[in-house]
Design a binder for this molecule. Structure first.
Ligand code: 13P
Length: 255
């Protein structure tokens, strides 16, 4: 099955409102010209203004995290319905930085995933192993546990819009990108776990993105692999030249 490529940028804790709006505006032309879906994840502070700037463009906008309750006495949190009202169509869930620094677990990933789906937003769930886990031979066990924990008892029908981002922790922000083969092997394994849980049809349709030191010069090789359906980009998504370069690489990889 043909799966539409997604090129997404996780801005993490970077860029002011004005900088984010400027960057989003600078991505519109290449996003419009590209076959790929282009998504950016600004900070919670700038998401509404970036979404406003992206109205009627080919750039979609998402939040980097949501809480699973819709509203109430939860100081400091943002919810899926409020993200939707602010113009978001995507939610990033379970990034390794949230697992590492903010106590995210497979159980809370599942709660956020359910809240995202309930609000009618599209979830992008991040998984990935640390270097120690890979070196100890635990890659498959870690990925399998993270996927099954995230999906919980949700059905293939409920998870039609789910996108999984495989981000090996050792490749994030390090400049050490997984080789095309390492990434392909992990993606094929992720797809096999999705098939085990949700069935072959759902697995075949699911888009699995690679993240971790993706740059314009390594993107085409990764995106050319059969089970790699896009990229989740950190550092190189913060500059228009490098992110546009990756959007262009998606076109090169698909010819
Ligand atoms: P880098 O592209 O900076 O390695 O970050 C990847 C990432 O964490 C995207 O979510």
């Amino acid at each position: 099955m043909a799966r539409r490529t997604i090129i997404s940028g996780n801005w993490k804790l970077n860029l002011s409102v004005a900088e984010g709006v400027d960057l989003a505006n600078a991505l519109k032309d290449s996003a419009a010209a590209s076959e790929a879906e282009v998504v950016v994840f600004p900070t919670a502070l700038s998401v509404a203004c970036v979404a406003d700037a992206c109205t009627d463009s080919a750039v979609a906008v998402g939040v980097q995290n949501i809480y699973w309750e819709d509203a109430g006495a939860f100081t400091g949190e943002a919810s899926a319905p409020l993200a939707k009202a602010a113009g978001c169509s995507w939610v990033l869930i379970g990034h390794s930085e949230r697992r590492q620094y903010f106590g995210e677990t497979d159980e809370t990933v599942n709660k956020r995933l359910q809240a995202t789906l309930n609000a009618g937003l599209k979830p992008m769930v991040c998984i990935g192993e640390t270097l120690a886990e890979r070196e100890a031979g635990n890659l498959e066990e870690v990925l399998s546990t993270q996927i099954k924990g995230a999906i919980g008892d949700l059905s293939a029908d409920q998870l039609k819009e789910l996108v999984i981002a495989y981000e090996p922790v050792w490749a994030i922000g390090t400049g050490v990108v997984a080789t095309d083969e390492q990434a392909q092997d992990a993606h094929a394994f992720v797809r096999s776990v999705v098939a085990e849980v949700l069935g072959a049809e759902a697995a075949d349709a699911m888009r699995i993105l690679y993240g971790g030191s993706v740059k314009p010069d390594n993107a085409a090789g990764l995106l050319g692999k059969p089970d790699i359906d896009g990229a989740l980009v950190g550092g190189a998504s913060l500059k228009q030249d490098s992110f546009n370069g990756i959007i262009d690489a998606a076109a090169a990889a698909s010819v």
